[in-house]
Design a protein around this ligand. Structure first.
Ligand code: PCA
Length: 200
């Protein structure tokens, strides 16, 4: 049995829940397709989230890393193509704000996902779940952990595949928000399950 490290995040900014945290907790210790799932929740913290990610990676020694993040406002599931070497944007949960800062000084400008993102998008669509490749993971914590993980794997010369997928808001999150597009919790969970089943 292979191992997949599945990460989500705690709530952040003004979102009282994070559906990625719920999914990761729900799927922890499940077997899906060829994989035993190791679900872990990350903080939203420029100083800590990257180290947490690496610690989980070293403890679980996974074959694949699939990280999830909420992209409130998105209408589709979006596997990310690339992470860029930049911290910027809103303050994190500790109130720390970064601007125009490299994640790894002298690191490569960008690192491509090593997940089969085209296969994931096509497989999600075949399962009637709207999906499209995204060409930017932003510059906030999602991009930060995607870059940190890919950089670590490359530096250690490991063959672990790793990447990031943004998901839309859940109905629970959208209920008090007049404009937020949302998916049912069941469909979000199904989308993550389908993606794991698509991995060889
Ligand atoms: N989404 C944020 C960080 C945590 C999360 O779930 C992002 O897109 O960067």
């Amino acid at each position: 049995m292979k191992k997949i490290l599945l990460t989500g995040f705690v709530p952040f900014l003004n979102y009282p829940i994070n559906p990625t945290e719920q999914i990761v907790k729900q799927l922890n210790r499940h077997t899906i397709g060829n994989y035993e799932v190791y679900g872990r929740v990350l903080s939203v913290d420029f100083e800590q989230s990257g180290q947490e990610m690496i610690k989980h990676y070293e403890e679980t020694e996974p074959d694949v890393v699939l990280s999830l993040g909420l992209a409130a406002g998105n209408v589709k599931i979006t596997p990310e193509r690339i992470a860029i070497n930049c911290n910027d944007g809103e303050a994190d949960n500790k109130g720390n704000r970064k601007q125009d800062q490299p994640i790894v000084s002298n690191g490569p400008d960008g690192l491509f996902s090593t997940l089969p993102i085209r296969i994931l998008v096509n497989g999600l669509k075949d399962a009637n779940l709207p999906a499209t490749i995204s060409n930017t993971a932003g510059t906030y914590l999602c991009n930060h952990v995607m870059y940190t993980m890919l950089h670590h794997i490359k530096k250690e010369e490991k063959s672990t595949r790793s990447g990031f997928v943004h998901i839309p808001a859940s109905h629970e999150l959208a209920i008090d928000n007049p404009k937020l597009p949302s998916w049912s919790e069941q469909d979000l969970l199904r989308a993550v399950t389908v993606m794991i089943e698509l991995l060889d």
